[in-house]
Design a protein around this ligand. Structure first.
Ligand code: PA5
Length: 415
């Protein structure tokens, strides 16, 4: 489903250089080391798992106008990415029959927390706390706030009914769920945080938002069955560019619905590849908005950047610019053009300008914004990220460097 095009990079690399990258070792490492991990998530999606997720989601939908999802990193970004991509970045303020979804536990700001509480107002709400380790400080602090608020509003029995836990088998959160009586779903232990969007971690909030999770997982399965060729091609092209001094990859999309998929992608690639003194720095740009902020730097700044454009063949809607004699200015002739044509023309124009300015452009093309294409793209990115990391010789799993700030914070707080 995901098509990779490297034409826009051919001024900077050759097809032969990309094909010459040996992906056989990374692929066999992926197979032997991670055979039962996230690589098998799409084929492991079965009726029992689907029913467990859907019945939890149905109960939340029936009882609540708002779902608060507590989590950070891989326990936050994937669900938010999927909801914005498949539904809308304006999901919460659009008319709908499903609960609002608010996210907390993704920072340490008291102000943010107070605003989330204000947004809930008098409405009925449930809380899904998501943490693989069950001990992440941001999530653990937010849980204390929401547990105490649920208890105060609904009493001890109501708290039991409205707090839902997603965590690793045997984690402190699962132990808490068992001892205090909360409903819980266990993550597959062999799936790492940033590779968990297609597990219960992402599926529960998505199902509450009314997303067809069967369609999403069918898209992931189709990409899984499609084989590794496209993922290898993208991974190899990235590595060739990196070896030629292109140290920063700017993922860019002309659909604002993609923004949080960009945020999720940053974590996936940044935490997986940035180790042992190497790693492509992952950045995200929301076009055309960011052409008016970062455009100058991309066009004429230091030549250490390459871009990866994500595009969609078919728009979900395609309004035409109103016009005729409505408004006379230098773009009056745009009247009657459809927005998709204009957006696509902008992508062509930007691609040409950036290539001419010395920025290689890779392209990933998908049919349209949908649950199926989200599942496919998420799987494609996880696979190419793991392959790319293994090509560069680092282990894509684990994030030892993240511990440094936590150690300092715990010491400062005397914990
Ligand atoms: O990829 C990872 O494993 C991490 O970035 C985690 O997602 C993040 O640190 C949150 O951890 P946890 O889910 O254990 O709360």
């Amino acid at each position: 489903m995901v098509k990779v095009n490297i034409d826009g990079a051919l001024n900077f690399l050759t097809e032969n250089e990309v094909r010459a990258i040996d992906t056989s070792k990374p692929l066999s490492e992926l197979k032997t080391l991670f055979e039962n991990g996230w690589t098998k998530v799409p084929s492991g999606y079965n009726e029992k798992l689907a029913n467990d997720v859907k019945s939890m989601a149905k109960k939340i939908q029936n009882e609540s106008e708002v779902l608060i999802v507590l989590g950070i990193g891989g326990s936050y970004l994937g669900a938010r990415a999927a909801i914005e991509y498949i539904k809308s970045p304006n999901y919460n303020i659009l008319p709908k029959k499903t609960p609002d979804i608010l996210f907390a536990g993704n920072n340490l700001s008291g102000e943010y927390l107070e605003q989330i509480i204000e947004l809930i107002g008098d409405r009925d709400y449930s809380v899904n706390v998501v943490s693989k380790s069950g001990s992440t400080i941001e999530t653990a602090i937010s849980l204390r706030f929401f547990k105490s608020m649920l208890k105060e509003k609904y009493g001890p029995e109501g708290l039991k009914d409205r707090l839902y836990i997603t965590s690793d088998i045997g984690s402190p959160l699962i132990k808490l769920a068992e001892s205090e009586g909360y409903a819980y779903l266990e993550m597959p232990p062999e799936v790492g945080g940033r590779y968990s969007v297609l597990t219960v971690v992402g599926l529960v909030p998505c199902a509450v938002a009314g997303i067809d999770i069967d369609e999403m997982m069918a898209g992931a399965l189709a990409e899984f069955e499609n084989g590794t060729e496209d993922a290898c091609y993208y991974a190899a092209a990235r590595q060739v560019l990196y070896r030629k001094g292109k140290k920063i990859e700017m993922l860019a999309c002309f659909e604002p619905a993609f923004r949080f998929t960009g945020e999720w992608w940053k974590q996936l690639f940044g935490e997986s590849e940035g180790k042992e003194g190497i790693g492509i720095f992952p950045a995200y740009a929301d076009y055309s908005a960011d052409l008016h902020s970062l455009g100058q730097l991309i066009q004429e700044g230091e030549r250490t950047l390459f871009e990866t454009f994500v595009s969609f063949n078919e728009p979900r809607v395609n309004p035409k610019v109103p016009g005729g004699d409505l408004h006379k200015d230098k773009i009056a002739a745009i009247a009657g053009f459809d927005m998709n044509k204009i957006n696509e023309s902008a992508a062509i124009a930007v691609k040409k300008a950036h290539i001419d300015g010395g920025v290689p452009v890779l392209e990933l093309c998908l049919p349209k914004l949908s649950a199926a294409s989200f599942g496919a793209l998420a799987y494609f990115f996880m696979r190419s990220c793991a392959i790319s990391s293994l090509i560069s010789g680092v282990n894509p799993f684990g994030q030892p460097g993240v511990e440094a700030y936590k150690k300092n914070l715990f010491a400062i707080l005397g914990l």
